[in-house]
Design a protein around this ligand. Structure first.
Ligand code: KG4
Ligand code: ZN
Length: 374
């Protein structure tokens, strides 16, 4: 069976063709990063308008790359939430029109289930029960997956998502957008012990995340040391496509490199975020008695997080599945793959399917894990 996946929940227009659950025949992603960079974050109205312009050419590209015609597609899967309403509606409307006109079944996929499934594209044998850390620009949650297609939320963020924390930190330091890859790159040349940033714990013993204290500590440190960049200032600009990949230039002082202080702050900030993510994930894995850990979402591209999770899981004899970076960030292969789980169970979407911007995965808050002995 071949499923066409469509993903437009945020700022990437993505369409993919996946065969038999995990064989990716094509995976086309049109990133809008350049469009939103000037604003330091995603502008919803611009995102939905861009999806409208992109979606048809992306469909053609995805079919061509897969060497398939629309007639050779068996079903369609689309992200119906969570995400930006205007962006979601472009994908959902397009998918419904395609499904109706071709008389093919349609599956509505939760974007976060898609992120979890991304890990199974390359690691289909990952054993259950599994614990999934989903860390992206909009989400930071831990899900217990007792078996395939079952999710219970065990922790979530109380404020910012991990990716959002990286993005805000980079903006404060005038490093550009999106912040995660920039900080990841700079941190390699900085001292992670230079600044003692806080690692927040919940006083109620829950495993929830909170990054607001860290953000405030960074702001105070940056202001005290003169590293904070005013929003209106041109700032240091990261050019991911520059001649030296990962090049960061200070556009205000063209050509000068980023100072040792900024490198140290980037490394210390990244260390603090990664420490918290790894500690909570391993605590939940232990409390839930899982056999494997899955880490996914855009922040799962982070090199320190990947290395530290792998090291911690291997030390405890836990299986670990982290997708390749192209499947960590938003893509439609993960949506198509998740679509199989629904279609195989006969769960198809109604013709009046709408987008659900606040669609939660994994049930009620009461199901959350707490550390009873700490
Ligand atoms: O999953 P994703 O593409 O979109 C959302 O669903 O949000 O995640 C994007 C987020 C951004 O906040 C970006 O800064 C972060 O993932 N990110 C990273 C890295 N690469 C992307 N964060 C830390 N380190 C990275 N290498
Ligand atoms: Zn995402």
């Amino acid at each position: 069976m071949r499923v066409l996946g469509i993903e437009t929940s945020c700022d990437d227009t993505a369409i993919a063709v996946v065969e038999d659950r995990t064989r990716v025949l094509s995976n086309v992603v049109s990133s809008q990063t350049d469009l939103h960079r000037a604003y330091g974050g995603v502008v919803p109205e611009l995102a939905s308008r861009q999806h409208l312009e992109n979606i048809e050419p992306i469909l053609r590209a995805a079919l061509a790359e897969a060497g398939a015609t629309l007639a050779e597609i068996d079903a369609i899967a689309v992200t119906a939430g969570p995400g930006l309403i205007g962006s979601l509606l472009v994908g959902v409307s397009f998918a419904k029109a395609l499904a109706w006109s071709t008389q093919k079944p349609l599956a509505a996929v939760n974007h976060l289930e898609g992120h979890v499934r991304a890990a199974f594209l390359e690691h289909p044998e990952t054993p259950f029960p599994a614990l999934a850390l989903v860390v992206s620009g909009g989400h930071s949650s831990l899900y217990l997956c007792p078996e395939e297609a079952r999710y219970t939320m065990v922790a979530r963020t109380r404020d910012d998502a991990a990716g959002e924390a990286f993005d805000k930190a980079a903006r404060l330091l005038g490093l550009g957008y999106p912040g995660g890859p920039i900080i990841d790159r700079l941190a390699r040349d900085g001292d992670p012990e230079a600044v003692p940033f806080p690692r927040a714990r919940m006083s109620d013993g829950s495993l929830d995340f909170s990054f607001s204290g860290l953000k405030t500590a960074l702001l105070r440190h940056a202001q005290a040391t003169g590293l904070a960049v005013e929003r209106s200032a041109p700032g240091r600009v990261y050019d991911p496509h520059g001649p030296e990949s990962g090049a960061v230039q200070d556009s205000a002082r063209s050509g000068s490199s980023v100072s040792k202080e900024v490198l140290d702050v980037a490394a210390s900030f990244q260390r603090a975020v990664v420490d918290v993510l790894v500690e909570r994930t391993l605590a939940a894995a232990e409390a839930e008695g899982v056999r494997s850990v899955v880490v996914t979402g855009g922040v799962a591209c982070n090199s320190l997080l990947r290395a530290e999770i792998r090291r911690a899981c291997e030390a405890r004899g836990l299986g670990v599945a982290i997708p390749s970076p192209r499947y960590c960030t938003d893509n439609a292969a993960m949506i198509a793959s998740a679509g199989f789980l629904h279609l195989e169970r006969g769960e198809t979407a109604p013709v009046d399917l709408s987008a659900t911007p606040g669609w939660r995965l994994g049930g009620p808050e009461a199901a959350r894990t707490t550390l009873r002995h700490k």
